[in-house]
Ligand binder design. Structure first.
Ligand code: SAM
Length: 280
């Protein structure tokens, strides 16, 4: 019997050979598997002949299910959390449960494996010494543009998840906000038969995908390179000092516009620097 704990178990994102022996072993040994969608996971369990009972834990019942999971742990049992694919909690349910279990004083043990954005990033050719995972953008174009604008000045690679229904519209919004020439990469159907990883400036990437309906199907990670360093370097210490003074009182937009007037520098790098500094 494994030590009583909540085990966060990663499952494959496509290729079943990516299911680790340790993950399979844990799912066989725990008393209960908490699954995002029990019907979906039943197929995976059948394939690996895992017979452990499952309960559903999804975004609509997660808070409610916490009590039940805690009861198992109080009895000295072990519970595994899985999601439909990849690592639970990452753009998937589980955060509420993990926090509650830790706060109740029980162990939470990660059993690592696939994460789609890491799988995508490592083969994208985009800078990866520093990057951020930004999850799913909003569904509507107006919200999405706002979401991208807030990230336009980030100097590092960003990874986004996006659905096939919105992929082209979302890249259109990226072009508008990040600019047509910003380097990007899409990773589609990772670890599956039609796996495709294609890197190009945003407008070329958009045209390449629009020209072939097959390239708009499946599951996607979209990665965008960070804002050019050159623009950030244009700002000297004095400009940044002015920006900081204004930022203490004003919004990012107002502070960068005023800083541009005071310093005579371009608004865009000041806006990007303001976004960065407001975050710190
Ligand atoms: N927990 C998962 C993980 O560890 O990456 C992510 C779950 S999230 C609900 C599902 C999204 O992840 C998809 O819409 C897609 O953006 C991305 N994704 C999952 N599997 C993928 C794959 N095989 N290829 C490309 N993207 C994938």
């Amino acid at each position: 019997m494994p030590e009583s704990a909540l085990y966060i178990v990663a499952t494959p994102i496509g290729n079943l050979q990516d299911f680790t022996p340790r993950a399979i072993d844990m799912l066989n040994k725990v008393q209960v598997i908490a699954a995002e969608d029990t019907r979906h996971s039943a197929r995976l369990m059948a394939h690996f002949n895992i017979k452990t009972p499952m309960v559903s834990v999804h975004e609509h019942n997660e808070a409610h299910r916490v009590e039940r999971i805690l009861q198992h742990l109080q009895q000295g049992e072990s519970v595994a959390l899985i999601s439909d694919a990849g690592t639970p909690v990452i753009s998937d349910p589980g955060f509420v449960l993990v926090r509650a279990v830790r706060e109740a004083g029980f162990n939470v043990v990660p059993v690592p494996g696939c994460v789609a954005f890491v799988t995508a990033l490592c083969a994208s050719g985009l800078p990866s010494h520093r990057f951020s995972f930004e999850g799913f953008p909003p569904h509507k174009s107006s919200g999405r543009k706002q979401f991208y604008s807030e990230r336009a000045g980030l100097p590092h690679t960003m990874a986004f998840y996006e659905s096939p229904h919105r992929i082209l519209a979302s890249i259109d919004d990226m072009i508008e906000v990040f600019g047509a020439d910003r380097q990007a990469a899409m990773a589609r159907e990772l670890t599956k038969t039609f796996e495709t990883i294609h890197s190009a400036p945003l407008s070329e990437l958009r045209d390449w995908m629009a020209a072939d309906a097959n390239q708009q199907r499946g599951e996607f990670v979209i990665m965008v390179e960070g804002a050019p360093v050159q623009e950030a370097r244009e700002l000297d210490d004095e400009a940044l000092r002015v920006l900081d003074v204004l930022l203490a009182e004003l919004s990012v937009k107002q502070a960068s516009a005023l800083a541009a007037q005071i310093t005579g520098l371009k608004k865009k790098p000041l806006y990007q620097a303001a976004l960065e500094r407001k975050k710190d």
